[in-house]
Design a protein around this ligand. Structure first.
Ligand SMILES: Cc1ncc(COP(=O)(O)O)c(C=O)c1O
Length: 431
């Protein structure tokens, strides 16, 4: 079979090709502005930033599901591999859909650069690998996600130690810094205590002592809080949570200066391979489009639920940075534009056992709230941290982090807050 067919063998092909070229030229004239620029408001950046339209003129962002990219010649391949020219080689290194998500998130956080990872934990692991070597030391807040504590523990095997301090005790942070300390690590608000750190003070301390400040911005997202603007050096995300917003995919991200990302972080991702898949990047990039709306509405719903919980006689206390009763209400009001969708409350119980039994009854009576350890969804979720997310922590460490047996965490979604309260009320009454 003769497979060589010239374009002119089809008389209409020539004019179609010319029309296509003309359309491409016209599209090029309308090259979009740089939507990553802060000249555009956050809502605009969330929808538009990072999208580089292809010659097809598509309106929705395309998904590049390809492991590798072809080169125009051997010389072209060699030039790309040796970084003489810029270009895509292999999706473990770079992928256009992953780049879209990275650029869009960087535009929201106000970061110079971003690299996406396969999960929030791989983002934190990549930061540790990028900043430490055997003999180094980390100072972390006690009130961090349980798996983060496990991960720091894993690194003890490789000679990287971690000391833990109370999130809000500035003097304790200062005292814990050693000559080999490389970075301070925290979440604010913390998971699940909702404690809030004073980021400006901690950033000043880190700078004065020559260490970096790394902030897990999972609970607030850049819509409610931008740690880099407050002096932090690196931001990490579990994109699995609010950046996706609908509980569909796992993902993570690390954001910082171009120098840090290019020189220290990129080799970890390129050689270690905890890269985000293009499919997940596409889902996450679309998630960012509705992030401002979701974060604000879910925060408003959470405030309503928190106020209702405070009035319930079976509730010992409610931990929500949007309530005046929260110990860091002032700091949260200053550094966050809203308190966020996550709240905790402690049910009453005369002993640890009774408190746990009461908390579990609240969980077991839920018909609307999903019993799942995930958060960040538009569906409200409930979990008992002491027996799930933080169950592997040694009980005294867990209690010191405020994770008691009566504590329940709710991540409030987009359902009617009144329906959420009815659901919780059933279990509270059963106590
Ligand atoms: C604050 C925080 N950081 C990091 C993670 C880990 O994220 P991932 O599950 O995407 O690895 C979680 C997960 O719940 C989290 O809540």
């Amino acid at each position: 079979m003769n497979k060589s067919r010239s374009p002119s063998s089809n008389p209409s092909a020539g004019s179609a090709a010319a029309a296509f070229d003309a359309a491409v030229a016209r599209a090029a004239e309308f090259a979009p502005p740089d939507f990553t620029s802060c000249d555009y408001d956050l809502e605009t950046r969330a929808v538009r930033a990072g999208f580089e339209r292809t010659n097809y003129g598509e309106h929705s962002e395309p998904m590049f599901l390809t492991s590798s990219f072809v080169h125009t010649s051997a010389a072209n391949a060699a030039a790309k591999f040796s970084n003489e020219i810029d270009g895509y080689i292999y999706s473990r290194y770079r992928n256009p859909t992953v780049r879209l998500f990275q650029d869009r998130l960087a535009a929201l956080e106000g970061a110079q650069a971003c690299l996406a990872t396969a999960s929030g934990m791989s983002a934190i692991q990549s930061v540790i690998l990028s900043l430490t070597r055997s003999g180094d030391h980390i100072v972390s807040s006690m009130g961090v996600f349980g798996t983060t504590v496990q991960l720091f523990g894993l690194f003890e095997r490789y000679g990287v130690r971690t000391s833990y301090v109370p999130l809000t005790d500035l003097a304790a942070w200062e005292a814990a810094i050693e000559p080999t300390t490389r970075f301070l690590f925290l979440e604010t608000p913390a998971n699940p205590s909702t404690e809030v750190a004073d980021l400006e003070s901690l950033a000043a301390l880190a700078q004065r002592r020559g260490v970096l400040l790394v902030v897990d911005n999972c609970f607030c997202t850049p819509v409610l809080q931008r740690p880099l603007e407050l002096g932090a050096d690196i931001v990490v995300h579990s994109a699995t949570k609010y950046l996706d917003g609908q509980g569909r995919v796992l993902g993570g991200a690390v954001l910082g200066t171009t120098e840090y990302v290019k020189e220290k972080l990129e080799p970890v991702l390129r050689f270690g391979g905890p890269t985000l898949s293009a499919f997940n990047a596409w889902v996450l990039a679309k998630g960012l489009e509705t992030l401002p709306l979701r974060m604000r509405q879910q925060s408003a719903n959470a405030l309503e639920v928190a106020r209702w919980l405070e009035r319930q006689p079976q509730v010992h206390r409610v931990l929500y940075p949007g309530l005046q009763s929260h110990p860091q209400f002032e700091i949260a009001s200053r550094q966050q534009s809203a308190a966020g969708p996550v709240l905790c409350f402690e049910v009453k119980g005369a002993s640890r056992e009774e408190a746990r039994a009461h908390a579990w009854r609240v969980v077991d009576n839920c018909r609307l709230l999903s019993i799942t350890a995930n958060l960040g969804d538009v569906k409200t979720t409930i979990t008992h941290p002491a027996s799930t997310t933080h169950g592997r922590m040694a009980p005294p460490v867990r209690e010191a982090a405020g994770i008691t047996e009566g504590l329940l965490r709710i991540a409030v979604g987009l359902e009617s807050p009144a329906d959420v309260c009815v659901d919780l009320g059933r279990g509270l009454a059963a106590g």
